[in-house]
Design a protein around this ligand. Structure first.
Ligand SMILES: [Zn+2]
Ligand SMILES: [Zn+2]
Length: 371
């Protein structure tokens, strides 16, 4: 008999407590009685490329966009401290803001519709492992204030799915520019002959001849990944890469049980503008290669982006945000790889102490050297 279940709630067949997604097994686990259940419909690896949506259609339709929600009963709350909006399913509670540590004072409300996620990379690193990684990371930060380390240990980390846009595009780029060809030329010059006279000599000089160049390059871009979260500084997000996108699963609310998800802060068109910049850098390299020669000058590139597609993906992190002496200290763990990224706060006292110790050693060496 299959257990009846309310939509998007996952009562334990053993004790009817709410089950949560378990990163270790990739299935559901009951936090009360420990019972585990496999998740249905986890696709075989390899054939999981998710069907994308047409970006062109989406943009043309405007309001008619395919909106949905993360689950039938999801709630959301916005942080007055940093503006992040997190979506979660009861019985999960909002708690403190995962991104800035602020107390969430607003009442959670029914989640507004959004571009529903197409795919999710399920968390794979269990919380205990991530917590241990963070502890170790903190230990190697000798300069971090002790009080902060203690706080990070106590308050721990929470699991959050971050929003990303994933774009495909077929590009054709016409370009104009110049190809520089190096050649050597013999140059005549005069110098002192050392006996008060002048002498004429020659030397080889490298010169560049420029020829006009024009042409066309094309490329099919797949999986141009753009973060739709502004709550984590971009360099830190980039440092969390790589993401094994080939393991992305079709979105299921079950993956979010026990986790929160952040609502995207970068809209689809804005994300595509960023994707165009990323693609533009690759296209520029293509154009340089196409021009050839020893040097290239690019005067213009005119790119047509067609067949533009997108997917909305949720990627998992463990994150802790701590407010310490008026500052926010963030530490993020890639919940697929266990990679830790965070700020390196410094304790002024510890640095002063270290400087004093070094000065004392130097003084001692000088003193010993004199005797
Ligand atoms: Zn149970
Ligand atoms: Zn916040």
């Amino acid at each position: 008999m299959t257990p009846t279940r309310k939509p998007d709630r996952f009562p334990c067949p053993g004790c009817s407590g709410d089950m949560a997604f378990d990163p270790q097994t990739g299935g559901m686990k009951c936090p009360f009685c420990g019972r585990t259940e496999a998740l249905p419909a986890t696709p075989a690896k390899g054939d999981t490329r998710l069907q994308p949506h047409s970006l062109d259609e989406f943009l043309a339709k405007g309001d008619g966009a395919p909106l949905g929600s993360l689950s039938a009963q999801s709630l959301e709350v916005s942080c007055s401290g940093c503006g992040a909006v997190v979506v979660f399913d009861p019985p999960q509670v909002a708690g403190n803001c995962s991104f800035c540590g602020a107390n969430l004072v607003a009442q959670p409300k029914a989640a507004d519709p959004l571009v529903a996620p197409d795919g999710v990379l399920p968390a794979k690193v269990p919380k205990e492992t991530a917590q241990a990684e963070v502890r170790q990371w903190l230990q190697t930060r000798w300069f971090a204030p002790n009080a902060l380390k203690r706080m990070a240990r106590q308050e721990g980390i929470s699991g959050v799915y971050l929003p990303f846009w994933d774009y495909d595009s077929d590009t054709v780029s016409r370009y104009t520019g110049q190809r520089g060809q190096h050649y050597w030329e013999t140059e005549t010059y005069t110098e002192d002959d050392g006996r008060g006279g002048r002498v004429q000599r020659t030397r080889q000089v490298q010169r560049t001849a420029w020829y006009p160049a024009a042409g066309e390059v094309s490329r099919q871009f797949e999986d141009v990944l753009i973060a739709a979260s502004k709550s984590i500084p971009e360099p830190r997000l980039d440092a969390l890469e790589p993401w094994d996108l080939e393991s992305t699963c079709p979105y299921e609310p079950a993956y979010l049980a026990g986790f929160k998800a952040q609502r995207y802060q970068v809209e689809l068109p804005g994300g595509f503008d960023k994707a165009k910049q990323v693609m533009g850098n690759v296209i520029e390299q293509d154009v340089r290669r196409d021009i050839g020669g020893d040097e290239q000058i690019i005067s213009s590139i005119d790119t047509q982006f067609s067949n533009n597609m997108f997917r909305h993906l949720l990627l998992p992190v463990w994150i802790g945000a701590y407010r310490f002496q008026g500052r926010v200290f963030q530490v993020v763990v890639n919940a697929r790889t266990g990679e830790v990224q965070g700020e390196r706060p410094f304790s002024a006292v510890k640095i002063t102490l270290l400087v004093m110790v070094i000065l004392a050693i130097v003084a001692l060496i000088v003193y010993l050297g004199k005797n």
